[in-house]
Write a protein that binds this ligand. Sequence first.
Ligand SMILES: [Zn+2]
Length: 68
Amino acid sequence: MSTMTSPVLRAEDRCDRCDAQAFVLVRLSSGRDLQFCVHHYTAHATALAPLADEIVDESSRLFQSPGR
Ligand SMILES: [Zn+2]
C-alpha cells in the first residue's frame, strides 16, 4: 500500500457540474471517474456514497495558504 503524497487533482481539473476547480475525485464502482468542486460534491455526497469505490477529497487544500 502506497502513501499518496502528491495531489490527484490538478488546477486544470474542472467540476463535472460547473466550471469551478475540482477538489474531489469520485471513482464509481462502474469504473467511471467524476470530479466535483466542493459545492457540488457536498450537494451530491449522499447520492454518490453508495456508488463510489473511492473518494479522494482534496478540499483541505482550499484552506491551506500558499507559502506556509
Ligand atoms: Zn461544481
